[in-house]
Design a protein around this ligand. Structure first.
Ligand SMILES: C[S@@+](CC[C@H](N)C(=O)[O-])C[C@H]1O[C@@H](n2cnc3c(N)ncnc32)[C@H](O)[C@@H]1O
Length: 495
């Protein structure tokens, strides 16, 4: 542990990743769906995004590449993270992203903060639970200064009571790991092994939370850099949602909803009797506590606003009708039923199939989708359409639906491919920048490679397989991508 780290690990860098819950368009949608007035980022809007605790900067780079008119400022105190992010930005020739090496505990009082403009969107993914109380307090002071009136903040954190039953498991991994190994990734591995050994002895407080064995098994499969940052920080502490809301209240931030969009629908998150208990309260935080008591979700994604203005339901629906969305999966892969926190939801084919087919060639406005030919069902509930399609990851909101593939996005995708392939498997899940969507499209490295080559006019399977050095039996994977995934990435403007 370094002297400057306030208990946060610094001996191994964090992995690069994109989390759609921090996408500005999704955050704006979460506000609109909950009746809080805002405008969807669109076209050439000069949006400023601030990311606190950016790691190696994948999210900040991806947003900068997808949105050349936006300005992105991303902050981390680990110089290895900032150096890597800056090198990547230089390689992709991204000039609208600034990486700042600074400690969130003290940045608000640092003269360097004066140069950071107020932000329209702030994201804090994977930070709050893992840093010390002094760093949390510094984050709140920074938010108080740097979120513009009407600005939107995303924060993810490990939540109670979901983590309550696993507190002992985390502590055991952390404390034993530190005694059993040197570097924090090895510590995490040793700690997990120790917890598995102890579980095998029927240790009461590992056996009692029923899924502990399964969780330990899942943890042991995850990348070591993730495990180290997840499990080995000295100040890790999950929170009740109301306590996070109280802390953010000091920055004049009001809770408006969940960027895990499906959670904004009580009927899709809880059972009927649970909703009945929840609805005994008008207080939104009490309702969230009832929700958190009922569902097995360990990481919350909350959306706050500085100055939430309430809209009438009619104004809200008009705003949602005007949102454009595009598919993230091939239309014929839309399932007949999908998993939701409350169990399963049936997706009426008569309603959804014509809608997803209407998006086959690119994003469309929700109002046009609801009035597409052959749609059978209610045409007056844009929130539910968005909640199901975007909330479950079948579609993404589109920031500039008419735009072609952007040069910066394509450069970023090539650099991402080159860099990630040096160390990761070709099947590694990533995200491709898209200026049409203004966000990342889910794609693994093989899909990004095939899309990039297709963009250069090369869709010959044998040639692609040769370039990748693939065995003949792996060519089927390229065939499948050309057939099913390329049309989705093309409709999303990735190439
Ligand atoms: C789990 S990582 C998340 C990174 C990124 N947001 C993501 O989701 O990929 C947490 C990040 O917070 C950074 N961090 C921790 N304490 C910090 C502090 N006091 N000031 C600035 N950054 C800090 C760490 O270096 C690390 O990159």
């Amino acid at each position: 542990m370094s002297a400057w780290s306030s208990g946060y690990i610094t001996d191994i860098t964090y992995l690069s990743g994109w989390y759609r819950q921090q996408s500005p368009a999704i955050l704006a949608l979460a506000c609109l769906m909950n009746g809080a007035e805002t405008t969807m980022p669109a076209g050439d809007d000069p949006v400023h995004v601030l990311e606190l605790g950016c790691g190696q900067g994948y999210a900040a780079l991806l947003l900068a590449a997808s949105n050349p008119t936006w300005r992105i400022t991303a902050i981390d105190f680990n110089p290895a993270h900032i150096a890597a992010a800056r090198a990547w930005a230089a390689e992709a020739r991204l000039e609208n992203v600034t990486f700042l090496e600074a400690d969130l505990a003290t940045l608000a009082e640092d003269p360097a903060a004066r140069d950071i403009p107020q932000a329209d969107f702030v994201t804090l993914h994977g930070v709050w639970t893992w840093v010390s109380p002094a760093v949390q307090a510094g984050i709140v002071r920074l938010l108080r200064d740097k979120v513009r009136a009407g600005g939107i903040v995303h924060v993810s954190y490990n939540v109670l009571p979901a983590w309550g039953a696993r507190l002992g498991m985390q502590r055991l991994i952390h404390d034993s790991g530190r005694l059993l190994a040197g570097r924090s990734d090895r510590q995490a591995e040793e700690g997990i092994k120790l917890a598995q050994n102890l579980l095998a002895t029927e240790a009461l407080h590992l056996r009692q939370p029923a899924a502990t064995g399964q969780i330990l098994e899942q943890l042991s499969q995850l990348p070591v850099s993730y495990l180290a940052h997840e499990l080995m920080n000295g100040h890790w502490k999950p929170s009740f949602m109301a306590d996070v809301a109280a802390a953010f209240g000091d920055a004049k931030l009001e809770w408006v909803g969940a960027s895990q969009l499906i959670e904004n629908f009580p009927g899709l998150t809880l059972t009927g009797p649970q909703v009945a208990v929840q609805q005994r309260f008008d207080d939104p935080l009490m309702r969230e506590l009832v929700k958190d008591m009922c569902i097995d979700r360990a990481l919350r994604h909350d959306v706050f606003m500085r100055g939430a203005r309430r809209m009438t339901p009619a104004t809200r629906d008009a705003a949602l009708m005007d949102v454009s969305i595009g598919m993230a999966i091939p239309p014929d892969e839309l399932p007949l039923e999908a998993s939701i926190p409350a169990g399963k939801v049936e997706l009426s084919q008569a309603f959804y199939q014509p809608i997803v087919e209407a998006m086959a060639d690119g994003p469309k406005r929700v109002i046009d989708l609801l009035h597409a030919d052959r749609v059978q069902g209610r045409r007056d509930n844009p929130a539910e359409l968005i909640g199901i399609l975007v909330g479950l990851g079948f579609a993404e909101p589109a920031v500039r639906s008419g735009a072609g593939p952007g040069a910066a996005a394509m450069r970023f995708n090539q650099v991402a491919l080159r860099r990630l392939r040096r160390t990761e498997s070709i099947n590694r899940q990533a995200a491709a920048a898209s200026s049409r969507m203004g966000t990342g499209m889910p794609a693994n490295l093989l899909e990004m490679f095939v899309a990039d080559q297709a963009g250069q006019g090369n869709s010959d399977v044998d040639r692609l397989a040769e370039l990748l050095g693939l065995a003949p039996d792996q060519r089927a994977a390229i065939d499948a991508i050309i057939l099913t995934r390329l049309p989705v990435l093309r409709a999303a403007g990735v190439y």
